[in-house]
Design a protein around this ligand. Structure first.
Ligand code: NAD
Length: 290
């Protein structure tokens, strides 16, 4: 895609989904079944429910069968472990995803580790994170993979470039830094204990914000002509419906400074969903041996 200031994750994700749909149509006659994704949700967090609906809608669009299960908020760890074990054995299911965050009485790590690594659609199992660390093929975490795919689609050169990632979570910051290293970037991770964040971010040719802090990145923290990727999704008060979504970047102020910038919404969010579908089809292919 041609770089046009706005890095349009929404259109790119739609293109990727169209490709996946064609791929599934070509594979399904041989497989005798469509790919399957099971999204497990516990409780009634409205943001999680919206994400799960979005994922199931995207599955339907490309021809992935959904095996979603919605559990009440007081579901026990044992019940969930049993559900995951059953999905591990279910031959119609290629990907399993536990929607986070979970209610506080549940141990998310133990649940994620129960998912068989071959069906770990979110790429968060230690085996898959270990493969990423070693640079081996495997299922990659969806959000960082979405960032990488977007940079690749816009032909943002990464080798030797200075990339700063703000945020060090296991979901986004850490795996993304490893993927950027794999692409030969010079990577710096900044986080909440970084003393002078602006000094670090100003050194970036490519700046990725994944801190969960609305408007954290201001114009004077961005090197002129840098590429800015905003992973943050924060609901803040205001707008016609009483609240709206913003990223971690002060978009209006940074837009004139940057060479390219992802919007929120319409940037990394849809790319994350596209990579989830990509992972499910990847596992399906592994199952088929193709
Ligand atoms: P997290 O809370 O687990 O991690 C946030 C990280 O940011 C931490 O490592 C922390 O050290 C760092 N941080 C916090 N405040 C900071 C500050 N003031 N200065 C520098 N660093 C700071 O969050 P997460 O799960 O990694 O998510 C980060 C953001 O990305 C959130 O807004 C989340 O909603 C969003 N997100 C988006 C997608 C997507 O699909 N686009 C997917 C996952 C997460």
């Amino acid at each position: 895609m041609v770089l046009d200031r706005i890095l349009d994750g929404k259109t790119l994700a739609q293109n990727l989904q169209d490709q996946l749909k064609a791929e599934i149509q070509a594979l399904e006659p041989r497989a005798g079944r469509p790919p399957g994704l099971a999204v497990l949700m516990v409780g009634d967090n409205p943001a999680s429910a919206a994400y799960v609906r979005g994922k199931e809608r995207a599955c339907a669009q490309v021809g992935i069968a959904s095996f979603g299960e919605h559990f009440p908020g007081d579901t026990s760890q044992a019940e969930l472990l049993e559900a995951i074990e059953a999905l591990n054995q279910d031959h119609r299911v290629d990907g399993i995803l536990v929607q986070l965050p979970l209610p506080s009485h549940l141990d998310a790590t133990a649940l994620l580790e129960t998912i068989t690594p071959a069906k770990d659609a979110d790429g968060l199992h230690p085996v898959n994170l270990g493969k990423l660390l070693r640079g081996e093929p495997g299922l990659r975490s969806c959000t960082p993979a979405g960032v990488m795919r977007l940079l690749e689609a816009y032909q943002i050169h990464l080798a030797g470039r200075r990339v700063v990632v703000v945020g060090r979570s296991i979901l986004v910051g850490k795996p993304l830094a490893l993927m950027l290293l794999e692409a030969h970037s010079t990577v710096t991770i900044a986080h909440s204990r970084t003393p002078d964040l602006a000094e670090v971010t100003r050194s970036a040719d490519i700046l990725v914000a994944a801190a969960g802090q609305p408007g954290l990145i201001k114009a004077d923290m961005v090197k002129p002509q840098a590429v800015v990727v905003d992973v943050g999704i924060n609901r803040v008060p205001g707008g016609p419906t009483g609240s709206h979504l913003v990223g971690d970047v002060d978009f209006a102020a940074v837009y004139p400074v940057a060479r390219g910038i992802t919007p929120v919404p319409g940037g990394i969010g849809p790319m994350t969903v596209a990579m989830l579908l990509h992972n499910t089809v990847w596992s399906y292919r592994q199952q088929l041996g193709s």
